[in-house]
Design a protein around this ligand. Structure first.
Ligand code: BES
Ligand code: ZN
Ligand code: ZN
Length: 478
């Protein structure tokens, strides 16, 4: 899909179809009101109507929020794609709405159809936004918004495509190959550790999780180093290319969709892709623990005790709480290799996060209230949902072990998203405690029913909000 800004009034742009957003008040004065009324259109929220003779597609919009513009644009583009039109034109509706509209187009038109034998390509290939550039400055700002938004939205779709790959196609080695090709195309540095490398680094917890799989684990390190970086950021992603649960095997129904357990790892790759394409003055390191959690005669077991990279011992009581074991080692490795200003991790870590916040919201956890708040704001500005889940000293006691330093599951069945984050806290160095934020994307990373700008499959959760946060950091606002 091509999205362009055209320096012409809407009426003089050549396109097959015109899209108009109409509030109920505007509808009262609309030139096509009678005919639209006959078609049952009342400009109600997210209501859509196409007048094919007039080549007009109208959408009802109640309040003029970015959120509504974004999701209504998705509805409009879906509708326009279902007819045979090739091009669509509309106004830009001003700077902030313009960004939301582009996201609606690029994210809303993305489909998970790689595995269809006969994918139905959409005839709609061009969306043209009108702007009348009288003084030059308004136009260049819109051009900048278009440029940035396209990079971020396309990086989000890149993440979605990776997440949607089957566990057969996207193994830990597949993740490593993807990282290497991203490094090549985007001028990044890429280092991959195989099992021997993990052994040398004493990453016993990560190795244990991957031991029963025929697809051996890989640790991926991508780095983006601009000339004079203002800050250095470390990103860590959980990259479970499949989570069967291991010997604590998941029930059949819960295993379906577990290809998405790599979404955190895919997200950090998408983020560094966008950062490099935007050319930010921020050094970014993306680490992915790519592992497959399987069963077998050599599988790691409940009752095993593992020594993580930072020397702490972990009592395994459930092999399905594997993500935290992988992250324990990758967080340790990342902090040892790179001294950074902040460390953020992204993981489809717990079903409990969905119980707490619902299926659309990312859980935000960490010690630094101000830092977490900055993330809640960035998420809101980006169109992603985030909610904060608070630590307390009593929850911390629930992961104590009688025989090791820490246990990989909680002794109580409630607050599982928080106790998982408190487990990770054991692997954050003292000097980074206030510089660390953990994102549980278990609910937000994947969907089996369309919502907002998302269709079926991976959503690319984490990408837009992180770019929003980094763009603010770049401007010195963070
Ligand atoms: N990958 C899962 C978490 C998950 C569940 C992500 C559903 C997305 C959707 C994780 O590895 C897991 O299995 N967690 C367990 C932890 C439990 C054993 C303490 C869970 O949430 O049940
Ligand atoms: Zn699991
Ligand atoms: Zn998992």
């Amino acid at each position: 899909m091509t999205v362009k800004l055209v320096n012409q009034p809407l009426a003089s742009i050549n396109a097959d179809l015109t899209l108009e957003f109409i509030t109920p008040q505007e509808f009262l004065r609309h030139p096509q009101k009678e005919i639209l009324l006959m078609a049952g259109f009342k400009a109600e929220e997210e209501q859509i109507c196409t007048l094919h003779e007039q080549r007009l597609l109208v959408c009802g919009i109640n309040d003029l929020s970015d959120e509504l513009f974004r999701s209504t644009m998705t509805k409009a583009i879906t509708s326009a794609m279902s007819y045979g039109y090739k091009s669509l034109k509309l106004s830009n509706y001003g700077e902030t709405h313009f960004k939301a509209l582009i996201e609606g187009v690029i994210l809303g038109s993305h489909r998970c159809d790689e595995y269809k034998s006969e994918p139905k390509p959409s005839t709609l290939t061009e969306v043209l936004f009108s702007h009348e550039d009288t003084n030059g400055s308004a136009g260049s700002n819109l051009e900048k918004i278009l440029h940035q938004t396209l990079i971020i939205a396309k990086a989000t779709n890149f993440v979605r495509d990776l997440v949607n790959q089957t566990p057969y196609d996207m193994t830990p080695q597949g993740m490593a190959v993807t990282a290497e090709s991203l490094a090549k195309s985007n001028n990044l540095k890429c280092t991959i550790l195989d099992v021997n490398g993990l052994m040398d680094e004493k990453m016993e917890a990560m190795m244990a999780v991957g031991r029963a799989s025929i697809n051996p684990p890989r640790l991926i390190h991508l780095s983006y180093k601009p000339k004079n970086p203002k800050k250095t950021i470390t990103l860590v992603g959980k990259g479970l290319t499949y989570d069967s649960g291991g010997l604590s095997l998941k029930a059949a129904a819960s295993m379906v969709t577990m290809k998405m357990d790599k979404a955190g790892g895919c997200a950090v790759m998408g983020i560094i892709k966008a950062v490099s394409e935007l050319g930010l003055d921020i050094e970014v390191h993306a680490f992915v623990g790519a592992v497959e959690n399987m069963i077998g005669g050599n599988a790691y077991k409940p009752d095993d005790i593992l020594r993580a990279k930072n020397g702490k011992t972990i009592e395994v009581r459930n092999t399905d709480a594997e993500g935290r074991l992988v992250l324990a080692d990758v967080l340790g490795y990342a902090q040892e290799k790179i001294k950074s200003d902040y460390i953020f991790d992204y993981a489809t870590l717990t079903g409990a996060c969905m119980v707490a916040l619902g299926p659309y919201t990312t859980g935000v956890m960490g010690h630094n209230e101000e830092l977490k708040q900055s993330w809640l704001i960035a998420a809101q500005d980006s169109g992603e949902y985030c909610g904060s889940l608070p630590f307390n000293r009593h929850l911390k006691k629930l992961i104590k072990s009688e025989i090791a330093d820490v246990c990989n599951v909680s002794s109580k069945p409630y607050g599982g998203a928080i106790t998982a984050a408190l487990f990770l806290d054991n692997f954050i160095d003292e000097n980074m405690k206030d510089k660390w934020v953990h994102f549980d994307i278990a609910g937000s990373a994947y969907t089996e029913s369309a919502w907002d700008v998302h269709t079926y499959g991976g959503t690319g959760a984490g990408v837009r909000m992180t770019l929003e946060w980094l763009l603010k950091l770049q401007q010195g606002l963070q």
